[in-house]
Design a protein around this ligand. Structure first.
Ligand code: ADP
Ligand code: MG
Length: 143
């Protein structure tokens, strides 16, 4: 499924809808260049889960846990991970296969341990379409 947005508000709204309908155990991977809108998307998804506190990039930890919403929200940023073993150390399986909703930034760095069933989200710019244009591609993966 391909969506197109032309403002941060539209991207936020799209992600919020996804958060409102997300089911327990949902895993989303989020890919896109710096400044493309990953944090905007994460904030919208969290809002859709009923989380009101601000969502920042989990820069100093691999995962940031938000418990106040309809479902637990696990926001991963694995950019600084040196080795997949660091995921074992934080007990990632409890998050990936639990009852919350996972959003994983830079998921391609931990491809080997991603759940088979996940939703890939890719955000891209296309400057020919305007500075605020974003193409957001959602793809369900089953294996
Ligand atoms: P990332 O987390 O991917 O590095 P951010 O979400 O922090 O990116 O920043 C995205 C920037 O792009 C923000 O300044 C936002 O206002 C701007 N922006 C412009 N158009 C859009 C759009 N259509 N969707 C999302 N963000 C947009
Ligand atoms: Mg960000």
């Amino acid at each position: 499924m391909i969506y197109e947005t032309n403002s941060p508000r539209e991207t936020y709204a799209l992600a919020k809808q996804l958060g409102e309908t997300a089911e327990p155990g949902a895993v989303f991977t989020l890919t896109g260049d710096l400044g493309v809108g990953k944090t905007v998307f994460a904030q919208g998804l969290a809002a859709g889960l009923g989380i009101e506190e601000p969502i920042n990039s989990p820069t100093f930890t691999i995962v940031q846990v938000y418990d106040e919403g309809r479902l637990p929200f696990y926001h991963f940023d694995v950019y600084r991970i040196g080795d997949v073993e660091e995921m074992d150390e934080i007990g990632y399986e409890d998050y990936f296969y639990g009852d919350g909703v996972c959003l994983i930034e830079w998921a391609e760095l931990i491809g080997e341990i991603l759940p088979q069933k996940r939703t890939q989200i890719l955000i891209e710019k296309d400057l020919e379409q305007g500075f605020d244009y974003r193409r957001i591609t959602l793809q369900e993966k089953e294996g």
